[in-house]
Write a protein that binds this ligand. Structure first.
Ligand code: ACO
Ligand code: HSE
Length: 490
């Protein structure tokens, strides 16, 4: 297949509407929410190859591919696509805009059905947990019961941590990049200054500016402050040094002199064209309020996590430095969770997770390719007792639309397997008792066995399903060749 590192091509955004009341963590009610999302790649039959991407502070659902007419692809196109870290030939990648955002999902700029006007400051403060709960509603709508992986950087990394804590049984692998489990005072300070820049802008009008004004000056200033934290001193020296805008001035004045000033002015201005000021207030507030060690240790905050973690830091990130990532890894390991740590060696600073495609793809692809049987199994497995009749077994196969039925003994341990083919043969030969058609020397796999080995067993023995059993013979799940084929490439 070669090194096909393409893009997912032209993409359309979808809108998921959840009509029921959404009660925020703060107890306020949103009468129905909408979540904008995009899907890249194909879902396999048992929906076991879903990967959820959680976006950073000011990104959106458009993580990869191209919207018709756009000059640039999605914000993480470097990592999502055929042959990339989130390989859309293997995975079905889902990306959504957070609750509280302004790119299609319900937020302060959305219409308040109770008043017919934009929510504005009446919008309830939402938390990272609320954002994750809204994503869970989207996944339920799509039919995903368990995520092969969830991944995100910065605020997206906070969502990843929240997913692993709130829904431990729904996350197999978790990738948290350039993030923190508990923003500190300096990180809060930068957000607070940005929010004040917005609310001090007279065009903010207490947040009720829609259709009249827009606090562009305040929002631009907020972005200039925020963007400075996403770069590193080294990258800014490389990019700008003390380069001036014009030649030597006849006499010094208070107008901008340096390239860095016009760059930040540019970034601030372009931000106001794509982001809602109130959303900026709500989303930075959600970041500030995120704290997995509130009234407890981080180890306690991460207890119960079952996902296999990869925590990635950026060497030059001074907003969320590597020490924050190392604290997360330590707390996970103290809980007995599996956690790998990796660093993106970059001088770009915090935003390097949006730029360093080579390292990102290498580190993440290696982690995601470490797939073991429990990562791909359908669980819980549907089984049948060895005391059942052939008719009962057939009914289960038909009802559940499956072809393989592990058989259990009275102690619920595996004692064989029966397939739809066995039943067809039994009917042809006029057999009546299940035990006459059970394959008792059943070939199984263990939960931690690498899927390459599981695939080898299936091909060597020309079988298309492998029960996953623990050391006592208890059935944990089952792997089918269809589910496997998508994950180990064609
Ligand atoms: C939907 C979303 O993308 S949000 C989530 C991620 N994206 C962002 O956060 C967007 C803002 N962040 C960035 O652009 C980040 O810096 C990165 C890391 C993603 C991109 O970095 P780079 O590719 O190095 O772009 P850079 O930071 O140099 O800025 C590029 C822009 O600044 C302009 N620029 C560069 N130097 C100057 C200058 N001295 N004066 C004025 N403008 C300048 C460039 O012309 C370019 O304009 P364009 O965006 O219209 O092409
Ligand atoms: N620069 C990115 C990352 C911020 O953490 C954004 O604006 O979303």
């Amino acid at each position: 297949m070669g090194n096909r590192k393409g893009t997912v091509g032209s993409i359309k955004k979808g809108i998921f509407s959840s009509p029921g009341d959404f009660v925020t963590e703060g107890g306020r009610v949103l009468p129905g929410i909408e979540i904008a999302y995009e899907v890249y790649g194909q879902m396999n039959a048992d929906k076991s190859n879903a990967v959820l991407i959680c976006h950073p502070l000011t990104a959106d659902a458009h993580a990869a591919g191209w919207h018709d007419g756009d000059k640039k692809p999605g914000w993480w196109d470097i990592a999502i696509g055929p042959g990339k870290a989130f390989d859309t030939d293997k995975f079905c990648v889902i990306s959504s805009n957070v609750l509280g955002g302004c790119s299609g999902s319900t937020g302060p700029s959305s219409l308040n059905k109770n008043t017919g006007r934009e929510w504005g400051p009446d919008f309830p403060v939402v938390t990272i947990k609320d954002m994750v709960r809204a994503q869970k509603l989207l996944l339920e709508h799509i039919g995903v019961k368990c995520l092969f992986a969830v991944a995100g950087g910065s605020m997206g990394g906070m969502q990843v941590l929240e997913w692993a804590v709130s829904y431990p049984d729904m996350v197999k692998k978790a990738i948290a990049i350039a993030t923190t489990a508990s923003p500190g005072p300096q990180q809060i300070a930068f957000n607070a200054i940005g929010r004040k820049a917005v609310t001090d802008d007279p065009d903010w009008k207490g947040g009720r500016y829609y259709g009249e004004t827009f606090p562009a000056k305040g929002l631009s200033l907020a972005r200039m402050i925020g963007h400075t934290t996403y770069l590193s001193p080294e990258s800014m020296v490389d990019k700008f040094g003390r380069e001036t805008l014009l030649g030597e001035k006849a006499e010094p004045d208070l107008l901008p002199d340096f390239q860095v000033e016009s760059y930040l002015d540019y970034q601030g201005g372009s931000f106001t064209k794509r982001f809602d000021a109130n959303s900026y207030l709500y989303i930075t507030k959600a970041v500030d309020l995120f704290d997995l060690s509130k009234n407890k240790t981080l180890t306690e905050g991460l207890s119960g996590v079952r996902a296999r973690f990869l925590v990635i830091a950026i060497t030059s990130d001074w907003l969320y430095p590597p020490s924050e990532s190392k604290e997360i890894v330590s707390a996970l390991l103290e809980n007995g969770a599996k956690a790998d740590y990796a660093e993106i060696r970059s001088h770009y600073g915090h935003d390097a997770f949006l730029i360093e495609g080579g390292q990102l793809n290498y580190i993440i692809a290696r982690f995601l390719s470490q797939i073991c049987s429990k990562d791909v199994m359908s669980a819980p497995a549907i089984t049948i007792s060895e005391k059942a009749t052939i008719k009962e077994a057939s009914a289960v196969l038909i009802k559940k639309r499956i072809n393989h039925l592990p058989v259990t003994d009275p102690s619920e341990r595996i004692s064989g397997i029966v397939t739809s083919w066995d039943i067809a043969k039994a009917v042809a030969c006029g057999l009546e008792r299940l035990e006459e058609i059970i394959t008792s020397d059943v070939i199984c796999t263990g939960p931690e066995e690498p899927i390459e080995k599981a695939a080898e067993k299936m091909s060597k023995n020309s079988i298309s399903a492998l029960p996953v059993v623990d050391r006592t013979g208890k059935i944990l799940g089952i792997i089918t060749s269809e589910g496997l084929s998508r994950l180990i490439g064609r």
